[in-house]
Design a protein around this ligand. Structure first.
Ligand code: GDP
Ligand code: ZN
Length: 456
């Protein structure tokens, strides 16, 4: 195991809360056999579903349902685990959880089951994260990619790279121990350099895949701004209609701001329409600008809509000046709308020195190019689905590993210092180890697992 398995037994609702046909309560820990025996009067055969009554301390049935018992270590957490499938009533679930606590379990905190699975080597850290990502996925593409990561699509690639790095370290250290003996110059014979470059190439490919995975996981947060009547609402409606999969209204942070969640070819997109600000979104009106600015500060991109029949007006230019380079990462894309009226050719274009897309929210022309543009902004140029989901923390670690490989190349080719090469390889290995959890701090673990929901 990776850490101290905690000695207690935890219980939580594993299925969704609220009324449902079935609710699944999961218990994990050393006391599971005893608790299950006390609850239903016997211990079921491992991995077979049995129908049983769940008794309270008066031997009255709280509920009746299926019970599954998974003895350690062949379980999700690696500990003894049981699942109780009862009726999906919040009241019954509560009574059952109370009963389990009376029998010696404790209510689980967020992510505790996954954390135990990680500590017992059942999952790598990125796999545990991918479970949370699969549950929270905002598009089918993201959900599929998360499931592939749970299955190890990312962890396996990392482990393969770590194995290559380890082998090269061993070779380099041998070269240090036998320098220039019998006409052989290990450090200078090109072997190490060739293998170093091969690893760097593999790492770069993995970084690209992870970047896509992160793009699909996080999606893009886009704010739509523009003068009144340029077609902001129409644009939003067209985008929302284009994708039939997911369109939900979620309450905006500001009363006047409408937020929509949708996806373009699987890329989750959060669109923030400042249409509610239309009467106040005058460049000289401070309050409207202040609210729009608050949204823009958290956005990845600002789409500034202009009326293509009017071209770039002075008011548009004032908005560009107001919103350009507001937030650190976000930039402006100009959307020249109403191309059906202007007669200009729809598609990607440049407007006033800024990247733009000419569209018609009425006819839908140009929206293919707009979708491409948004995917480009998310770093997802090729159409392909991500191989797995990834998080920003993973990208940071991959970038750190890549930098150490560059450093390793430098100390090898310039300084011919074998010990420094070995050290850079070790640092690169550590960086990769942070992704799978081979190398982690308790702080990081606490941060990651506490962001999970209870019962996971
Ligand atoms: P907003 O105030 O920026 O949200 O603009 P709206 O979406 O409410 O649109 C303002 C007016 O322009 C409405 O009458 C729309 O029907 C019209 N409109 C919006 N987009 C287009 C377009 O692409 N072509 C044409 N011909 N009219 C459009
Ligand atoms: Zn370095």
């Amino acid at each position: 195991g990776r850490g101290q398995p905690s000695g207690d037994t935890i219980a939580a609702l594993a299925s969704g809360a609220g009324q449902a046909g079935v609710a699944v309560i999961r218990i994990s820990g050393p006391a599971v056999p005893e608790i299950v025996t006390d609850l239903i009067g016997r211990l079921p055969r491992p991995r077979y579903a049995v129908l049983a009554a769940f008794f309270d301390d008066q031997e009255q049935a709280i509920d009746k349902g299926l019970v599954l018992y998974f003895p350690a270590p062949a379980s999700f957490t690696g500990e003894h685990v049981a699942e109780l499938h009862g009726h999906g009533s919040p009241i019954l679930v509560d009574l059952l959880l109370q009963r389990l606590v009376a029998l010696g379990a404790r209510l689980a905190g967020p992510g505790e089951f996954s954390q135990r699975a990680f500590l017992n080597d059942k999952l790598s850290l990125d796999q545990a994260e991918a479970i949370a990502d699969a549950i929270a996925a905002k598009s089918a593409v993201t959900a599929r990619a998360a499931v592939r990561a749970v299955e190890g699509a990312f962890a396996d690639e990392i482990e393969a790279l770590v194995a290559e790095l380890t082998a090269l370290r061993v070779y380099t250290e041998a070269a240090i121990d036998f320098p220039d003996e019998e006409d052989v110059n290990f450090l200078g014979d090109g072997q190490i350099l060739g293998r170093l470059d091969a690893i760097a190439t593999d790492l770069a490919a993995l970084r690209r895949a992870a970047g896509q995975g992160a793009g699909f996981r996080d999606g893009l947060r886009v704010v739509i701004v523009g003068r009144p009547n340029v077609g902001k609402s129409s644009l939003l409606n067209r985008l929302a209609r284009r994708d039939s999969a997911i369109v939900t209204d979620i309450a905006g942070t500001t009363r006047d701001v409408l937020t929509e969640q949708l996806s373009i070819d699987g890329l989750p997109l959060t669109l923030i329409d400042t249409a509610g600000l239309r009467d106040t979104l005058d460049p000289v009106e401070a309050e409207g600008v202040r609210r729009a600015r608050a949204e823009i500060d958290t956005a990845d991109r600002v789409l500034l809509v202009i009326d293509d029949t009017a071209g770039l007006t002075r008011d548009d230019q004032a908005l560009i000046d107001e919103f350009a380079n507001l937030a650190s990462g976000s930039g402006l894309t100009l959307i020249a709308n109403k191309s059906d009226l202007s007669g200009q050719c729809p598609g990607a274009c440049e407007i006033g020195g800024l990247p733009g897309v000419r569209v018609s929210a009425h006819s839908g022309e140009g929206f293919e190019a707009l979708g491409q543009h948004l995917k480009h902004l998310a770093g997802l140029d090729d159409q392909a689905e991500p191989v797995f989901v990834a998080r920003r923390r993973h990208l940071t670690a991959l970038d750190a590993a890549a930098r150490h490989l560059v450093d390793a190349r430098q100390v090898l080719t310039v300084d011919a210092a074998g010990d420094l090469v070995a050290e850079e390889l070790r640092l690169a290995q550590n960086a990769l180890g942070e992704i799978t959890g081979r190398v982690t701090s308790d702080d990081l673990l606490g941060e990651i697992f506490s962001s999970f929901c209870i019962g996971k």
